[in-house]
Design a protein around this ligand. Structure first.
Ligand code: ATP
Ligand code: MG
Length: 645
């Protein structure tokens, strides 16, 4: 692993919300006296009725319950809209950048407020009440944020399904959360290609009897069939509604949304988040982790279909009165300079993306980046997977011109917000490390028997205290919630991830625990071997899994994608094995290298190692839930060429 250290940049520390000393002081308070800490910070949002209770939490498997600020009442949309009207009604809330670079829009807080009120009224007119579930299946258009906030305003629980999902995946999620209303668009537009959202939704609804109404936003104007008595146009239902709407008074613990996990490790779970703690936690992490200041232009490239889009495009930033950029397109359309061009066009100060995008753009070389200015950038962020030190360095040196700190933010759909991450003005950086916990977060490493490990070590990552943004249950299946997170290591929340802690107390996520391999008694995170492979100039991407090995217990099986124009040869295979040997040590030498033109990924861009593991184990019958795969044909190719010949 890289032990490069990048000290805090002085100009950043000088003007940041917190410097190193302040971080230490606040962190200590938050752990020693969480009730006082959160009683204070709980006030950062607007309450209708202020809370007097801070938390009531039990991780006991016989009685798991998590409550924060539970006698307070509030409304999330009021926190994102109404409270900004006086001071910044005319300030931009959302900069929308369309798929086509000629297509963009700026929406002020007042515009957004009015649009949300109109749609919230329309939802009420349709009969949507507090507690009802509403499915949102929209492209990245402003109406997605409007729909989320309108649901929040009337107390309906939204369940967003990413626009790239098939009719089957959509219908499973609608059925699981028993939605009565679906909000979609005629078509989406991504990379110049149309996505038939309405047609997909029509197909999905054939098996969703609970749905009474489908609202359709006109995005492309493409032909769709509207079903009488069920389907209505968005622009028609909002046309005559007033631009004011009385918000529903919600208890802090009333549900805000359901969101299904990406499905990297199995059947997606319907993660339920509630209102008060989630708003406190997302707004607070957004402010501190990105060091957000009034007027900054902030761009998170996630889709609202993922938790990152929920917490860090919509709820966190808007609660802070931020300018949040929402992007409809993809990183390589119309060209591989698109991200950097958008940064220049809108003078983006804070940019937050995923390692998968960074690695893909890295393959294209530095030219497409260097031809843009990027002078406006101050802070870079990463989320979704461990970022390989190689990709980190490229992001830092090429994209950020060595000026911008990178916040590598570790968190999960379940955690609601960022748990482990540097703070730009406070934390020295190490490429590949998510560094230190956020306020109120107490990570521990445990061995397989659940004993807490101390000092520099490696183990299963658990969080031993609750934080306000934590998920409250799996929708409709509290038992699965308890089983998945609270029974393996009693008394702790188990993340499912493995991590290493170094002598400075920095955390290095080694991947999912299932991905830790044991070669002749040596435990290794697959992420480390992958990073070594990706550091080779000819390798674009790599995924490593274990497979049963007669002598070593587990052998190392590496799937390798080469950079454009590189041919796989026997010589290169040997070179890579030697390379990993030299980088990490003989124990890490891959036993098998299979050339992979593509890797199986979830639609959020994460490598599905569980499928690769099955292929490596020669167990094709049991690939498990593959409904969240972005491109199923990749799997056939890998099966056909198994063994690396
Ligand atoms: P499922 O839970 O359905 O298997 P998933 O875990 O991929 O899917 P998410 O909640 O989207 O669903 O992803 C969270 C996981 O992503 C984390 O548990 C971790 O493995 C990984 N991850 C996210 N951010 C980082 C990061 N900065 N560094 C390392 N790993 C990360
Ligand atoms: Mg997960």
């Amino acid at each position: 692993m890289s032990d490069n250290v990048f000290p805090v940049v002085e100009e950043i520390a000088k003007q940041a919300w917190v410097d190193e000393a302040k971080y230490k002081e606040m962190y200590e308070q938050s752990i020693k006296n969480p009730d006082a800490f959160w009683a204070e910070h709980g006030k950062r949002i607007d309450w209708i009725k202020p809370f007097t209770k801070v938390r009531d939490v039990s991780y006991d498997p016989h009685d798991v319950h998590i409550k924060w600020f539970h006698d307070g009442t509030l409304n999330a949309s009021v926190n994102c809209l109404d409270r900004h009207l006086e001071k910044r009604g005319d300030q931009v809330a959302i900069i929308w950048e369309g798929d086509d670079p000629a297509d963009d829009a700026k929406i002020t807080y007042r515009d957004l407020y009015e649009r949300v009120c109109k749609f919230a009224n329309a939802l009420r007119t349709m009969g949507v009440k507090k507690g009802d579930r509403v499915c949102i299946y929209l492209p990245m258009i402003p109406e997605a944020a409007v729909a989320m906030l309108a649901c929040a305003r009337v107390g309906a629980v939204h369940s967003i399904v990413f626009g790239g999902f098939s009719p089957d995946s959509l219908s499973n999620r609608i059925q699981d959360s028993e939605c009565n209303v679906v909000i979609t668009a005629d078509e989406g537009l991504r990379g110049g290609r149309k996505v038939p959202l309405k047609a997909n939704a029509d197909k999905a609804l054939e098996s969703c009897p609970s749905v009474e109404t489908m609202v359709v936003v006109k995005r492309t104007g493409g032909a769709v069939t509207m079903k009488d008595g069920r389907d209505v146009w968005y622009h028609e239902v909002v046309a005559n509604e007033p631009a004011e709407c009385q918000p529903e008074e919600m208890n802090a613990e009333d549900p805000l949304f359901i969101l299904y996990t990406s499905g990297s490790t199995g059947k997606p779970k319907g993660v339920l988040h509630t209102t008060g703690g989630y708003m406190v936690y997302t707004s607070m992490t957004h402010q501190y982790v990105f060091d957000y200041k009034d007027g900054d232009v902030y761009w998170c490239t996630a889709d609202v279909g993922w938790v990152t889009g929920h917490s860090y495009i919509v709820y966190g930033p808007l609660a802070n009165g931020a300018i949040s950029l929402m992007f409809e397109g993809i990183p390589n359309y119309p060209s591989v300079s698109r991200f950097w061009e958008v940064i220049d066009k809108h003078q983006v100060n804070i940019f937050y993306t995923a390692p998968t995008a960074i690695r893909a753009l890295m393959r294209e070389g530095v030219e497409p980046v260097k031809k843009t200015s990027r002078k406006s950038l101050r802070i870079l962020g990463s989320v979704g997977e461990p970022i390989n030190p190689e990709a980190w360095m490229w992001y830092h040196d090429v994209v950020g011109d060595k000026r911008c700190p990178i916040v590598d933010t570790w968190w999960q759909t379940e955690t609601g917000g960022i748990l482990i991450s540097p703070l730009p003005g406070a934390t020295a950086l190490k490429p590949g490390s998510a560094t230190l916990p956020f306020f109120g977060v107490y990570p521990i490493l445990v061995d397989n028997e659940g004993n807490e490990l101390s000092g520099a070590t490696e183990g299963n990552l658990c969080i031993s205290m609750s934080w306000p943004g934590q998920m409250r249950t799996v929708y409709g299946d509290h038992e699965r919630f308890v089983q998945t997170y609270f029974t393996t290591y009693k008394g702790n929340y188990f993340t499912g991830d493995g991590a290493r802690r170094d002598a400075d107390g920095y955390y290095w996520i080694t991947g999912r625990v299932d991905d830790v391999i044991n070669v002749s008694g040596h435990r290794m995170g697959t992420a480390e071997i992958e990073s070594a492979l990706v550091a080779h100039a000819k390798v674009a991407e790599a995924a490593v899994v274990g497979y049963p090995h007669d002598i070593k217990g587990q052998g190392i099986y590496a799937y390798v994608t080469l950079v454009a124009d590189e041919e796989p040869t026997e010589e290169l295979r040997k070179e890579l094995v030697k390379w990993v040997r030299d980088e990490i040590g003989p124990i890490a030498s891959p036993d098998v290298i299979q050339w992979a033109p593509g890797l199986p990924k979830t639609r959020s861009g994460k490598i599905m190692r569980r499928i690769l593991r099955k292929i490596a184990e020669n167990d094709f019958g049991a690939l498990g839930d593959t409904s969240t795969l972005a491109d199923p044909s990749v799997v056939d190719d890998l099966i056909e060429n198994r063994g690396g010949k």
